[in-house]
Design a protein around this ligand. Structure first.
Ligand code: SAH
Length: 354
């Protein structure tokens, strides 16, 4: 059971925040480092296990602090691939999902940053379920910690912020969680193994560049034309592709990283020769590569409007499209669809009972 009392939740606090907390209760600063290490490195969520902390303090902490944010309520294995979906409940009984996607040389954990999503992208199931609230840093970190406990910490090699929600609209939480994942004391993941994905919140892309985390950035492009983006991604009306492209150039330059453009292939909408041309021009203007993603059906959501008419580009045409880009010297990866049989693939995360 998740505690609903007024205890202070330490999970999700960064190292400086933990140090500050211990100083505030009259304890030495190094206690912050100890608890940080127990939670995020040893995956210990029970004060009684923390042997280098005095018994007295452990009892005191148990009385006033909590280490629980999410409960793992169910897991689901894909019968056809090794993809595994984790369903979590929050203290206010919201449901969120994370997915582990095993590949040849890595296992990627895909985490959520919001309950639902406010962006309403027309091809995405999460958008169709609406938006409830931001997740807290503890709830984002816990998706990793609880999954790592089940799956083996050493077996999770990469984290992508590509689950439910828009990470850059929950900016502080995204930063704090990524700081925890990449902190040397957690013996976790290097910054090059963390990817934040955004639909395009230009000012926040710049802020992230200035922050110095230098994680990888993926940009959900889906069309190199403003009018098509306006149609399928309403956020483009607020932050245009032009404004985002300038922000992405800034990010690439400041962090010395390459931007990944995500490009979900929609029949007749973004798979034409003029799209190859526009995409080539855009990609040539900054250090980047393209991840082409087969469109995963969202029919299980019974969508209306334009969403009801979206169709996937055929497998053959996806390959032809990628080859045309490669002929123009663009780096292109075709992402294999994984987990669509358990509605765990890109854009399929949506929990029915919010
Ligand atoms: N809000 C963030 C992260 C979540 S989506 C973002 O927009 O980047 C993760 C990726 O899956 C995005 O590139 C998104 O556009 C893509 N996606 C969404 N729905 C999809 C679908 N039905 N099929 C394939 N990819 C989809």
């Amino acid at each position: 059971m998740i505690q609903t009392d007024k205890k202070i939740n330490l999970k999700g606090l960064t190292l400086p925040e933990l140090q500050e907390y211990f100083v505030s209760i009259g304890e030495p600063k190094f206690r912050g480092e100890q608890i940080f290490n127990w939670m995020y490195n040893h995956l210990s969520f029970d004060f009684s296990e923390m042997q280098n902390v005095s018994k007295e303090l452990r009892q005191k902490l148990s009385a006033v602090c909590s280490l629980q944010t999410l409960s793992l309520t169910a897991t689901q294995d894909s019968p056809t691939t090794a993809t595994k979906k984790y369903l979590f409940a929050t203290h206010d009984n919201k449901k969120i999902e994370s997915v582990v996607i095993p590949e040849k040389d890595r296992n990627t954990l895909c985490i959520s940053t919001q309950v639902g999503c406010p962006l309403d992208c027309k091809f995405c199931a999460t958008g169709l379920m609406g938006y409830k609230r931001n997740l807290t840093p503890g709830e984002v970190v816990d998706q990793y910690l609880l999954t790592a406990k089940e799956y083996g910490k050493e077996n999770i090699t990469n984290i992508v912020y590509m689950g439910m929600g828009e990470p850059l609209l929950n900016y502080e939480t995204t930063i704090k969680s990524a700081e925890i994942f990449t902190h040397e004391l957690t013996k976790g993941l290097s910054r090059t193994r963390i990817t934040v994905s955004t639909a395009g919140i230009a000012p926040k892309i710049r802020e992230l560049a200035d922050h110095g985390l230098r994680v990888k950035l993926a940009f959900s492009l889906h069309s190199a034309f403003e009018d098509i983006r306006n149609k399928i991604m309403p956020i483009n009306k607020k932050y245009s592709l032009k404004e985002n492209t300038e922000a992405l150039k800034y990010y690439a330059k400041k962090t010395k990283t390459r931007i990944t453009f995500e490009y979900t292939m929609l029949k007749g909408l973004n798979d034409r020769d003029e799209d190859v041309k526009a995409l080539t021009k855009l990609c040539s203007s900054l250090p980047s590569k393209i991840n082409v993603i087969p469109f995963n059906s969202i029919k299980h959501m019974n969508p209306g409007g334009i969403s009801a008419h979206l169709e996937p580009t055929s497998h053959e045409n996806i390959h032809q499209f990628a080859d045309k880009l490669r002929n123009n010297n663009i780096t292109v990866m075709i992402r294999q669809t994984q987990g669509d049989d358990i509605a765990a693939a890109c854009g399929q995360l949506a929990v029915k009972s919010l």
